[in-house]
Design a protein around this ligand. Sequence first.
Ligand SMILES: CNc1ncnc2c1ncn2[C@@H]1O[C@H](COP(=O)(O)OP(=O)(O)OP(=O)(O)O)[C@@H](O)[C@H]1O
Length: 176
Amino acid sequence: MAAARRVADTLFKAPKVKHYTLAFLLRDNNGTKEVLLGMKKRGFGAGKWNGFGGKVEPTDATVSDAAAREMNEEALVTVLGSDMEEKGTLVFTFTGKPEVMHVHVFQVRSYSGVPSESDEMKPQWFTYDAIPYASMWADDKYWLPSLLEGKNIVGQFDFDADETKFYDHVLDVTDA
Ligand SMILES: CNc1ncnc2c1ncn2[C@@H]1O[C@H](COP(=O)(O)OP(=O)(O)OP(=O)(O)O)[C@@H](O)[C@H]1O
């Protein structure tokens, strides 16, 4: 539980905390497990594959609703907040930035519609052995494999100012 304590202290001490969601749509494609990732077309993380998500807005009733709204906006599918399964917390700090990112991580299996390209994201299904970690945030390969195994995660990654690599991290993985 070392990571949980570190995360709590970081959030407690941060001058400013912003809440984000990050959700992974999972499916069983004729016996093969797949995850939907999106190529971010603009803004923070442009050019990287990632799950779907964004800032929690004051108009969102709950963090789960925010996760569903972002998934709906970015992958053009219909997901209900009540179908979002909370899988953990990731905290990101960046050297020189007082603001800390508090990311609420979800998975979801229940959705309707066909994932389609939006202004922000180009979605694509990936089998678990073909996830493009080299074109993802540096932290993803540390925790996404555990998430896909059904585990819960709590972690913190402290990034350099240029956002390409982190100089410190803690991660707890627990059985769901
Ligand atoms: C540093 N290492 C990281 N590793 C993995 N994922 C990361 C991440 N850093 C940010 N993320 C995710 O990237 C999305 C950004 O969202 P972002 O586009 O900024 O939000 P939102 O859609 O509200 O933006 P607009 O201002 O409307 O464009 C959001 O899911 C957030 O959890």
